[in-house]
Write a protein that binds this ligand. Structure first.
Ligand code: SF4
Length: 338
């Protein structure tokens, strides 16, 4: 047995699913993967519910087990009160790993695990945007018989760099744009070391907000009206005033991107792409704030969780954005759009 150290942000335990009070639901529009363990459990269920489960099981295009969504895009077990029939009848132990984990995410690095809340859930987004404490992590330890190999020295270097970035992002003397610039400088220098002095950032094809929209238009959407909304912003002269006006939202958004993606990308020798993903999100969301003119807290929560839900929770969309960030834009040019 080994001890797994799990680090979570201090706000992590505040999250409780608000279920029927949720302004959205995570059980519509997505086909949640059903893991092997839960499929075995489902085979033991008799009666009407067992029959409903059996007839709802299907495979997606990658041969994963899923519940086929109803015509209106809802999970067949999501009832009219936006509650889950399986959970109501059998309890949380009968939820798949994907369903019970959301909106939490985790990433494993040897005997260290990091867990966080994703912005794709309105309640998680509300908790994270409302958090006024500097970002810090709590440690939990649990025993496990599994652990992967990891280059601990390299991981420590990445963690150190991430801490430096957090210090920059929490430096009250800097404007948000200066924070982004200093972050890009720090990370570019590290990327250059990783690339043995040969780091050249992506060729530039994204030089305007409209080009950012063109990327978003190519994505798949759970709610197509969100694509229509994004398209409607094309050609509009939207100011970037919101960036400093709602500085704290963007600081939290950048910290989220860095906490969620930096170590995983960095361990693959790419520390610059997660920074670009965060800056890209800030560009788009700040322009939407400007369009909405003085959005209140609940509106800002809605904008951020909608962006995150559409962009971050689709492998297709993340691959598309990843490629655009890696190949087609430089961090310096993205900063000019802030
Ligand atoms: S989106 Fe979040 S709050 Fe809403 S039902 Fe899903 S987990 Fe619960």
């Amino acid at each position: 047995m080994i001890v797994i150290k799990t680090f979570v942000p201090t706000y992590f335990d505040k999250f409780r699913c608000i279920a029927d009070k949720c302004p959205d639901t995570c059980c519509a529009g997505w086909e949640a993967d059903l893991d092997g363990e839960i499929i075995e459990k489902y085979k033991t269920i008799d009666g009407k519910l067992g029959e409903r489960i059996k007839t709802s099981l299907a495979k997606d295009e990658t041969d994963c087990n899923i519940f086929a969504l109803c015509e209106n895009g809802r999970c067949p077990f999501l009832n009219s009160c936006n509650l889950c029939d399986i959970q109501a009848a059998l309890g949380e132990d009968f939820l798949s790993k994907t369903c019970s984990l959301f909106p939490r995410f985790f990433e494993d690095f040897g005997d260290m695990r990091e867990m966080g809340l994703g912005f794709g859930c309105p309640e998680a987004a509300r908790i994270m945007l409302d958090d006024s404490e500097p970002f810090s992590l709590c440690l939990y330890e649990e025993r496990s018989d599994k652990s992967g190999d990891i280059d601990e020295d390299f991981l420590s270097e990445l963690i150190e760099l991430r801490e430096e970035i957090f210090k920059v992002l929490e430096d009250n003397k800097l404007s948000f744009r200066e924070k982004a610039e200093n972050t890009v400088d720090l990370v570019s220098a590290f990327q250059n070391e990783l690339d043995d002095g040969c780091f050249r950032d992506g060729a530039t094809t994204i030089q305007s907000f409209d080009e950012c929209i063109s990327i978003l238009e190519k994505m798949e959407y759970i709610r197509p009206e969100r694509r229509d909304f994004v398209s409607s912003l094309k050609g509009k002269k939207l100011s970037n005033n919101s960036l400093e006006l709602y500085h704290s939202d963007f600081e939290k958004l950048m910290k989220y991107y860095i906490f969620r993606y930096f170590l995983a990308y960095g361990y693959d020798y790419d520390v610059i792409t997660p920074i670009k993903l965060g800056i890209f999100a800030c560009i788009v969301i700040s322009r939407i704030y400007s369009y909405l003119e003085n959005p209140d807290f609940e509106t800002r929560v809605r904008v951020i969780y909608s962006y995150s839900k559409e962009v971050e929770y689709s492998d297709v969309n993340m691959d598309l954005l990843d490629e655009a960030m890696y190949m087609n834009c430089s961090a310096d040019d993205l900063i000019k759009l802030l």
